[in-house]
Design a protein around this ligand. Structure first.
Ligand code: MTE
Ligand code: HPA
Ligand code: MOS
Length: 748
């Protein structure tokens, strides 16, 4: 394996927060949360909680020295409730105790009297009640109103997509230490050390330079720790600051599922119009985004949904509206794809419906409408290096798409109890944070006198292999073996003002900064070498850990050169900064170029359904994915396969359920099903298109983290095909996940 983290993981040597040795005076934080989805706190009775052995202190919002506020984009969320609770799981009290057991005992002692207020869980209902985070946004392109009359068929419908629990292996975790009297150091399992630093600073009422945040690695984030690691870190820091003792908070799995946000469920309406040949003439959609109780990242997620409303298709007339609706569910948050999957599920459903009505295969409609070079997205960005057709064609060639469909047809004619189906899923995904400000990164590179190299960036390792990629960038730029490079923890005192590691751009942004820092070092070292070898600087060449005089072929080792540079008093440290150029967006016109570039790819998903039992499986999945010049092939392969499976889980078996009133039903691994090893398709083929070097990211590479997730949508479409083969007149809503339960009911 290339990803050096992996070896440590499988040996159990990697340390996560819960693995760290604890100081003797450690306190455990236990959080008391609301049992009720919406209500007013009337009375809190601590009972005998404070006299339980080991219970040291119980903290409420009055104890917060700074501002009781954690909302990052919109300031609407208290760290500890001041009186109104808006979801079941909302934090009210923080219990600090010398053992976990005593904290849990205290929890049982405390009675919180909450008078209920009616709760809303349906975003359309909250829309009707006017309970929105911000006014609706509409992207308008062409002239949709007059386009309908040019259409041969117009299909309309409603689409539902469910939420999704992140189910990262490591639950939310943090460990905070008091530093002298006035500062704190916080270890947090966060994708955004700077967000933690800033929020802790606000909560404690101390400047950011007294808050150090350090992150070694995460046991998965998937967006669930972009914003929502912050409150737990802030509570640990608050406890440490008040008691002057270290405080550890690690959520149990059930608390994590109950108290934290997930992927946003969307309820959407669509209208799509085609001419008789299958060309899409017009498309309209309205997304009702179920945001949960607090804004969190919802508005940014809605924006990305709007940007991906037309997926990989050029449509001349488009009107898409997004509405961010508050409900009394946990605050929904970032999750791989960040609204993109929800929007793409709607247009793919619309195409599927249109295909049925016009009696043409969805695949033909998809192919006919694929983006071409120079086509314009509904928000004004012009496609460049548009590889979507190239991936589509390569899929046809390599994996015999036409032939596969034919075979499936033949199989279905001969078999009654098993029905097969396939779908093709193209994906075009924009790379850059949609908030322009966040597209910046820094790196700090040291070369020690023995020639070993230390790299610090703002990127957080969460299993996606960004550290390995940074190692490869530094090694390649310095022309030394990758074994000489180490990536340090992500620490706010080494690299400041970092953006979250998110939007698939961690490697892009931090890789550019790392490369630039290393180029700075090479420049200095080149002069040292030239001087020492007595030649011109352009005769110096770095290669494989050596430095050559190209004039006579003589060389010295990298280590020797570093020794010389140190002796010459040349700095062996370099800092660099990167900001993505030429991106902009005008929200008043909803036009601009928000992305540095797009990632493209196409997948073929083949499924089979056991008609009697209602269960399905995936026989073969073939993906052609445009990786650019991969920074690390093993890592990218893992991202493509893993992302796809996570997407497949979202549309098939992962069903997030809440009671009518808003309490979670699927609160553990016994009730919430994630794809397991047996669920994985029998055959997964991945073809990485590497010949198309990307000029807009480091060393010709492309971001890879999120786009493959959306191939999973093809799994929904393929199972749907199986079902229609079994029962052509089946009544089936466009509603994911398409669980075996829903299949069985529809077959009755
Ligand atoms: N892969 C693993 N193993 N674990 C993760 O938490 N997060 C995904 C993706 N791949 C994730 C992952 C998400 S949501 C994003 S945005 C990217 O990785 C972030 O990392 P990158 O920007 O370095 O690609
Ligand atoms: N993607 C992911 N995370 C983000 C974004 C985005 O576009 N904007 C803010 N956080
Ligand atoms: Mo990923 S959802 O941008 O953390």
């Amino acid at each position: 394996m290339n990803n050096n983290e992996v070896i440590k993981h499988v040996r159990g040597e990697s340390q996560f927060i819960d693995d760290l040795k604890l100081p003797h005076d450690i306190l455990y934080g236990t959080v008391l949360t609301s049992e009720i989805p919406h209500g007013k706190i009337e009375k809190i009775d601590l009972g005998n909680a404070l006299s339980i052995k080991g219970v040291v202190q119980i903290i409420d919002h009055h104890d917060i020295p700074g501002e009781n506020q954690i909302g990052a984009i919109i300031r609407d969320e208290e760290l500890l409730s001041e009186g109104i609770v808006k979801f079941a799981g909302e934090p009210i009290l923080l219990i600090l105790s010398e053992s976990l057991d005593s904290g849990r005992e205290a929890l049982k002692e405390i009675k919180v009297d909450i008078s209920p207020i009616p709760a809303i869980t349906d975003p359309r209902e909250s829309f009707r009640a006017g309970n929105l985070i911000v006014p609706p946004r509409t992207f308008d392109y062409g002239d949709t109103d007059s386009a309908w009359e040019k259409c041969e068929i117009v299909a309309e419908g409603r689409v539902e997509s469910g939420g999704q629990e992140h189910f990262y292996m490591e639950t939310q975790a943090s460990l905070a230490y008091p530093v002298e009297k006035d500062s704190v150091k916080v270890l947090s399992s966060t994708q955004s050390p700077t967000a933690v630093q800033k929020t802790v600073s606000g909560i404690l009422g101390i400047p950011m330079n007294r808050v150090e945040v350090d992150v070694r690695r995460l046991g998965g984030g998937f967006g669930g720790k972009e914003d929502q690691a912050t409150p737990w870190a802030a509570m640990a820091a608050l406890g440490a600051y008040i008691t002057k003792r270290p405080v550890k908070i690690v959520l149990s799995r059930s608390d994590d599922i109950r108290n934290t946000g997930k992927r946003h469920p969307f309820s959407s309406d669509f209208k799509i119009g085609l001419d008789s040949s299958g060309k899409i003439i017009a498309y309209e959609a309205t997304f009702y985004q179920n945001c949960g109780a607090y804004a969190d990242l919802s508005t940014a997620i809605l924006e990305r949904a709007l940007f991906h409303a037309t997926n990989s298709y050029y449509i001349p007339n488009v009107r898409v509206t997004g509405i961010s609706c508050y409900t009394n569910l946990p605050p929904f948050t970032a999750f791989r794809g960040f609204g993109g999957p929800q929007a793409m599920f709607v247009i793919e459903s619309a195409i599927s419906k249109a295909a049925t009505e016009i009696n043409m295969s969805a695949r033909k409609i998809q192919e006919m409408n694929l983006l071409k070079e120079g086509d314009v997205f509904p928000y004004g960005m012009v496609t460049e290096n548009c590889n979507i057709s190239a991936t589509w064609k390569k899929l046809e060639e390599k994996f015999q798409v036409e032939e596969t469909y034919k075979k499936i047809g033949e199989f279905n004619r001969k078999n009654d109890h098993i029905k097969k189906g396939a779908a093709v899923m193209p994906v075009s995904f924009g790379i850059s944070f949609t908030n322009k400000m966040l597209n910046q990164a820094g790196a700090l590179v040291h070369i020690y006198t023995d020639g070993s190299v230390s790299v610090s960036t703002g990127a957080v390792e969460m299993g996606q292999g960004v550290n390995k990629k940074m190692i490869n960038v530094a090694a390649e730029t310095l022309s030394i073996p990758s074994s000489r490079v180490r990536v340090e923890t992500t620490n706010t005192t080494r690299v400041a003002n970092t953006s979250p590691t998110a939007a698939s751009s961690g490697a892009d942004l931090n890789g550019m900064a790392t490369r630039s820092a290393c180029i700075g070092l090479v420049k200095r070292l080149r002069s040292v070498a030239a001087k020492s070898m007595g030649v011109d600087i352009d005769q110096i060449k770095f290669e494989s850990g050596k430095v050559f005089n190209t004039g006579n072929g003589q060389s010295i080792m990298w280590e020797e050169l570093i020794g010389k540079a140190y002796a010459e008093r040349v700095s062996l440290t370099s800092q660099a900064y990167y900001a993505t150029p030429d991106i902009y967006f005008d929200k008043t016109k909803e036009r601009g170029k928000p992305f540095a570039y797009h990632v493209f790819g196409t997948a073929l998903i083949e499924a089979e359904l056991d008609v009697l039992r209602g269960v399905y499986k995936f026989n073969r999945v073939s993906i052609v994915h445009d990786t650019g010049k991969s920074l690390d092939q093993q890592t990218d392969l893992g991202q493509i396969e893993g992302g796809f499976i996570q997407g497949l889980g979202w549309v098939t078996v992962e069903e997030l359920l809440f009671e009518e009133g808003g309490k979670i039903i699927t609160g553990g691994s016994s009730t919430y099903k994630v794809p397991d090893i047996k669920f994985i398709p029998d055959e997964i083929n991945v073809e990485m298109m590497q010949d198309l070097k990307n000029p807009y990211a480091v060393l010709g590479s492309k971001a890879v983290g999120e786009p493959p997730f959306m191939y999973g949508i093809g799994g929904y479409l393929a199972v749907r095909e199986c079902l229609f083969a079994a029962k052509p007149d089946v009544q089936l809503k466009y509603d994911c996940p398409l669980t075996p339960e829903k299949i069985t009911i529809s077959l009755m």
